[in-house]
Design a protein around this ligand. Structure first.
Ligand code: NAD
Length: 338
């Protein structure tokens, strides 16, 4: 299928070209993000391929529809950035990659927890400077600590398997408990009990109207002093300003983020020679007990291969049958969030 592929980096092209070798889709790559300004580039393309920070709200979808686009193929699992009702009304089918490697995200979550706990970000720099002082690098044993996992789908389950293996007591919260997680020893509790009892809280739920700013001032007020908070899910699940106050009051003792509320203006680009204009993000960078990665939790070779294969497989299935098992229906969400 002739497809306009937005937000593409050289690594995206490499994996997509390889997966396309036997499929023969006509892929035309655009580096910019999909937005109201760039949507006209897709004129004449029956399919558009988009990533996590591409805008797929109504005005963009209307432009795509006017240009003849009938399919939006997401190269990601999350679809919080798509106005599914508008897409349905415009006759645009939205397909996605429901699972590509939950292990990639779960293992990055573990990397963040370990690096933050043992202060690897500080130790790395110190040793390179010839400073072998241990002051400020004190960590804690993970074994025996209580970890709270919010959202126990594919990624949450993989995280629970890892944390159980390390010897953590695992509390879980999810409106739809997962038996496999219970079998691993996780105990389902209310969200407030999870907040109050956990030494480490890690977020693996989708962004929905219910989870927007789930971590806010009230939630932080019930957490254990010194708690470690990890968000590899979606930025808007955390109220960043409230978290900054939590860091200042030392209620939050460690913070790891792979996603950020306003990441669309920052992540996936080299801005190293620019002045940072996001004051909230700049404030986060001042804390010694904060680690931020730029939405890289998914970024493993295996995940990229699976994303490319499933994305192009979705297009092939639509070409061949007019249907796709990975279609996202507007009925699965109550309202779009972006
Ligand atoms: P999944 O659909 O398998 O699991 C999500 C779970 O969250 C489900 O069990 C669901 O019942 C639960 N949930 C829904 N609302 C909830 C709520 N209010 N409280 C608690 N749990 C709730 O999804 P997944 O594959 O495990 O992915 C989880 C999220 O991870 C995605 O939605 C996406 O936002 C994020 N993600 C991030 C990256 C990254 O690179 N950082 C990559 C992939 C996915």
């Amino acid at each position: 299928m002739r497809t306009a592929v937005f937000s593409t980096k050289p690594y995206d092209r490499r994996f997509l070209d390889r997966a396309n070798a036997d499929l023969g889709h006509e892929l035309v790559y655009f580096e910019p993000r999909l937005s109201e300004e760039t949507a006209p580039l897709a004129e004449g393309y029956p399919a558009v391929c988009a990533f996590v920070n591409d805008a797929l709200h109504r005005p963009v979808l209307e432009t795509l529809s006017r240009g003849g686009t009938k399919v939006v193929a997401l190269r990601c699992a999350g679809f919080n950035h798509v106005d599914l009702r508008a897409a349905e009304a415009l006759g645009i089918r939205v397909v996605r990659v429901p699972a590509y490697s939950p292990h990639a995200v779960a293992e990055h979550t573990l990397a963040l927890i370990l690096a933050l706990n043992r202060r690897l970000h500080r130790a790395y720099n110190r040793v390179r400077e010839g400073n072998f002082n241990l002051d400020g690098l004190l960590g804690f044993d993970l074994r025996g600590k209580t970890a709270g996992v919010v959202g126990t789908g594919r990624i949450g389950e993989a995280v629970i398997r890892i944390l159980s293996g390390i010897g953590c007591t695992v509390l879980a919260h999810d409106p739809f408990p997962n038996e496999a997680c219970e079998a691993l020893g996780a105990r389902y509790v209310s969200i407030d009990e999870l907040f109050a009892e956990s030494d480490i809280i890690t977020l693996h739920c989708p962004l929905t109207p219910d989870t927007w700013h789930l971590i806010d001032e009230r939630a932080i007020s019930v957490m254990k002093p010194g708690v470690m908070l990890v968000n590899t899910s979606r930025g808007e699940i955390v109220d960043t300003k409230a978290v900054i106050e939590g860091l200042k009051s030392e209620t939050i003792g460690h913070l790891a983020l792979d996603v950020y509320e306003e990441e669309g203006d920052l992540f996936f680009r080299d801005l190293s020679d620019r002045v940072l204009s996001d004051d909230v993000f700049a404030r986060l960078l001042t804390f010694p007990n904060v680690i931020i990665t730029g939405h890289q939790a998914f970024f493993t070779r295996e995940a990229m291969e699976n994303i490319a294969r499933t994305t192009l497989g979705n297009l092939s299935e639509l070409d061949a049958t007019g249907r796709c098992q990975n279609t996202v229906s507007a009925d699965v969400v109550t309202a779009p969030t972006a």
